[in-house]
Design a binder for this molecule. Structure first.
Ligand SMILES: C[S@@+](CC[C@H](N)C(=O)[O-])C[C@H]1O[C@@H](n2cnc3c(N)ncnc32)[C@H](O)[C@@H]1O
Length: 254
């Protein structure tokens, strides 16, 4: 990879404090939930896209799964590798952009959690191409009928949070569902201009379909509060459970 993208720069600087975030504190329950949804035998292979510091990958490896964690940030991955060593588990870590990866093997399941790349747009990323390319890459990495679980930002919550003034002042774009903000990656660091994309359920169904996957369920997926329940309008995140049913359509995928 050449020059750092904004999210790579952001997470490289954020890595030392990432696991201080309150939303990272429910990993064991989240993995129990994932295992129920993915319904895989131990030993099955799981791809964790945007794995961050590896909290789900490592917990899944502890349960006997063969896990590959992929992330854009070498600093997040360095912490993940240290944590795996401490936990005494083996995880295959890959430093790559989720919009561009292609892996040799096919996986029994995939996860992409807490906006693990999906909708974290670079400065020039298109708001449809970015998530679609990630879905196509995930889809191409899965065996037929394999399941994927993603949590993504919820557009209804974003819409309800913003005003017309935010739109005219460039903080929220209602055409693309992109929020733009300046965010310091950690205390003492200068802010970085970042773009985050939220989604409505109907477009998620369509994007997954273009990528050769069928959405099985959409639930409330806010970190710390996962469950098989109806999506609340103010909920931060949507959970999507999908299944690979075909191949990515040429029209959609790069
Ligand atoms: C909010 S963290 C989520 C990490 C992890 N999935 C979790 O639940 O703790 C988002 C992660 O996505 C990674 N990321 C952002 N854009 C990416 C991209 N284009 N390709 C791969 N990883 C990316 C970041 O480096 C970061 O580790």
């Amino acid at each position: 990879m050449t020059e750092k993208s904004i999210w790579e720069a952001f997470f490289d600087a954020h890595a030392p404090v990432y696991e201080d975030n309150i939303f990272t504190k429910n990993t064991i329950h989240e993995v129990d939930f994932l295992l129920r949804e993915l319904s895989l035998q131990p030993g099955s292979s799981i791809l964790d896209v945007g794995c961050g510091t590896g909290r789900h990958s490592i917990e899944l490896a502890k349960h006997g799964y063969s896990v590959t964690g992929l992330d854009l940030s070498s600093e997040m991955l360095a912490r993940a590798a240290d944590a795996a060593t401490t936990a005494g588990v083996n995880v295959n870590w890959i430093h790559s952009d989720a919009t561009q990866f292609s892996l040799p093997g096919k996986y029994d399941g995939a996860i992409c959690l807490c906006e693990g790349a999906f909708g974290l747009l670079g400065q020039r990323d298109d708001s449809i191409d970015q998530p679609l390319s990630i879905l196509c890459n995930i889809s191409r990495s899965l065996k037929p009928q394999a399941k994927a679980v993603l949590t993504v930002l919820n557009a209804t919550a974003m819409i309800r949070r913003y005003t017309n003034k935010d739109v005219t002042e460039g903080r929220f774009d209602p055409l693309t569902m992109v929020e733009s903000s300046e965010c310091p990656p950690r205390e003492g660091h200068p802010p970085i201009a970042v773009r985050e994309r939220a989604f409505v359920p109907t477009e998620l169904v369509l994007l997954f379909r273009l990528a050769g996957m069928s959405v099985l369920n959409i639930w409330g997926g806010t970190a710390g509060n996962w469950g098989r329940r109806v999506l609340d309008l103010d909920e931060m995140e949507i959970m999507v459970v999908a299944c690979k049913t075909g191949e990515p359509l040429d029209a959609g995928c790069a």
